[in-house]
Design a protein around this ligand. Structure first.
Ligand code: AMP
Length: 458
């Protein structure tokens, strides 16, 4: 229920609504905001070195784009899309994921005419009207990477290696790859038949969604999180038994390359991912820390994998049919998305160590003339790469020095009336309390030397 607060002003019955962020959506503040930004920079640096170019996409796309790519029968399309009607009557959807949008952009912008392969990445919020819970939001952030124009299994391995290295580079502990193959259009037909036959015999026990999936999209039965359906899944046929020779060779080579690159993985025979556009290799990333926490309840799904599977922080796979399905030229593709919110949660402790910023200075002013001087000085310090903290609206020396203390500033630069007249600044070492008067034209030089010294002794 929405909290209501009595208006403080009137004190009468009139009640004032306290606005909250929409359910499942959250503000990103303080250190988390820094970590989001940090992940974006780490992703950008890795993207550069693996040859991905950054692109920015609209938050809204034609609803039909997701229906056609992600697929009818998936949770995303059936239950989770935020659809808006424009005044002109168009149905647009807040993007629930990025791949379809990037493929649309590739086709629309003639990227097939660029030298292939083309690698693109993007970063931003996605929206799914899911049941909010720990690590599951209705607005969440993804870093998304797509690699177009390479059908060789080395591309799958390269993408997985990239995903693992980026995650490790950000500080995710013990990154684990869960991998499977879901075959091609041909062998998947056989597999779908076998799945249908298996699940039909259990249909009475299935949840209502799965009863529907059995008719519309049997592969999605394997995604169901309902407890009974998860139990039933344990004896379901596995994709590996139904692969054609080409798909089997492809998968074997992907695993071979991963072995060579010393990227560890778990074979997960029921990993199919909740989106329809994938073929052949699919994978998810989890953190070993989560895995160990949960593996106390292991039920033997795989020798060393957990019973209640922890949430993945990333996932992807190959999608060779999507470009054509969306009206482009036949173009093989492979890619993945990382969940930024979950990665920040997993790496918070490790990454926070990187935020021990260098020493800063606090600007203290007393009186209007000093205020003017301070305003000029802020800009001068900034252009010389010195971070200054300040509150120009204050007059009290004591209050400003208290702030400098709270900010853990190395030095306070104090400007009073005398300093304005002398064109000087008082430089106060916040640790020792020692003060000295420095002429303004000597300040940058003196400060740079002192800060350098502080850096060394930290
Ligand atoms: P997907 O697009 O479903 O393959 O998801 C890729 C990654 O995005 C997941 O591994 C999660 O880290 C993240 N993700 C997906 N859905 C959500 C959500 N509702 N809330 C938070 N993160 C999510």
């Amino acid at each position: 229920m929405e909290p209501l607060k009595k208006s403080a002003r009137t004190g009468k019955e009139k009640q004032q609504k306290i606005f909250q962020a929409p359910k499942g959506m959250h503000d990103i503040l303080g250190q988390d905001a820094l970590l989001f930004d940090d992940l974006r920079s780490v992703a950008g640096a890795f993207a550069d070195s693996y040859g991905y170019q950054y692109i920015e996409l609209p938050v809204l796309e034609d609803r039909e784009l997701f229906v056609r790519s992600v697929g009818v029968g998936t949770d995303i399309v059936d239950k989770e899309m935020y659809v808006v009607r424009t005044q002109g009557g168009d149905a647009l959807a807040l993007r629930p994921e990025f791949t379809a949008g990037i493929v649309r952009a590739y086709i629309q912008n003639g990227m097939q005419n660029l030298p292939q392969p083309v690698k693109a990445w993007t970063f931003g919020p996605a929206f799914r009207h899911d049941n909010p819970q720990a690590g599951r939001y209705r607005q969440f952030w993804q870093a998304d990477f797509e690699f177009f124009g390479a059908d060789h299994p080395i591309a799958d391995a390269e993408v997985i290696q990239f995903a693992v290295k980026l995650s490790e580079g950000f500080g995710i502990p013990d990154v684990c790859v869960y991998i499977n193959t879901i075959g091609c259009a041909e062998c998947r037909g056989q597999y779908r038949k076998a799945l249908k036959a298996y699940y039909r015999s259990k249909s009475r026990k299935l949840c209502s969604d799965c009863k529907r999936r059995l008719k519309t999209n049997p592969l999605r039965l394997l995604d169901c999180k309902n407890e009974t359906c998860v139990m039933i899944r344990k004896n379901a046929p596995e994709t590996l038994e139904y692969l054609c020779k080409d798909c089997s060779d492809h998968f074997r080579k992907v695993l071979g390359f991963l072995d060579d690159a010393k990227i560890g993985y778990f074979l997960d025979p029921y990993l199919v991912r909740g989106l329809d556009y994938y073929n052949r290799t699919v994978f998810e990333l989890k953190s070993g820390n989560q895995r160990r926490q949960e593996s106390a309840e292991t039920d033997g799904f795989e020798q060393n994998a957990p019973a209640r599977e922890p949430l993945s922080f990333g996932g992807g796979g190959r999608y060779d049919y999507l470009m054509k399905l969306l009206g482009g030229q036949d173009t093989p593709a492979v890619g993945f998305a990382l969940g930024v919110d979950r990665m920040v949660d997993l790496a918070r402790e490790e990454r926070a160590k990187a935020f021990k910023t260098g020493p800063n200075v606090y600007l203290v002013q007393i009186g209007d003339a000093a205020r003017m001087q301070a305003l000029r000085l802020i800009e001068e310090l900034r252009t010389h790469g010195i971070a200054a903290r300040f509150d120009l609206s204050r007059d009290s020396l004591k209050a400003q020095l208290r702030n400098a203390d709270r900010e853990q500033s190395a030095y306070a630069l104090i400007i009073g009336q005398k300093e304005v007249l002398d064109n000087a600044v008082i430089l106060r070492d916040m640790q020792t309390g020692i003060q000295e008067s420095v002429l303004m034209h000597k300040l940058l030089e003196t400060l740079a030397a002192r800060l350098k010294q502080k850096h060394k002794t930290r």
